[in-house]
Design a protein around this ligand. Structure first.
Ligand code: SF4
Length: 72
């Protein structure tokens, strides 16, 4: 799989979804529940650490954002 550049957590689109590179840093977010992380989110691609909500970027496997949805 092709390597994608890491999503910059300070970018406006990352901040819009309250993305953090370490899910532990989301513990004060009302939508966050323990155990949620990018690599168990349905929008995550294990092939390239990509996220469907951030096209062309990769995300930290242990990261989190407010659009997290459980894998089905
Ligand atoms: Fe991570 Fe899922 Fe948010 Fe993408 S949508 S940044 S994979 S938690």
């Amino acid at each position: 799989a092709q390597a994608l550049p890491r999503l910059d957590p300070s970018s406006s689109n990352a901040q819009a979804l309250n993305y953090v590179e370490d899910a532990a840093d989301a513990s004060d977010h009302p939508a966050y529940e323990e155990g949620q992380r990018c690599d168990n989110c349905m929008f995550y691609s294990a092939d390239n650490e990509g996220c469907q909500l951030f096209p062309g970027k990769s995300v930290e496997p242990a990261g989190w954002c407010q659009s997290w949805v459980a894998q089905s």
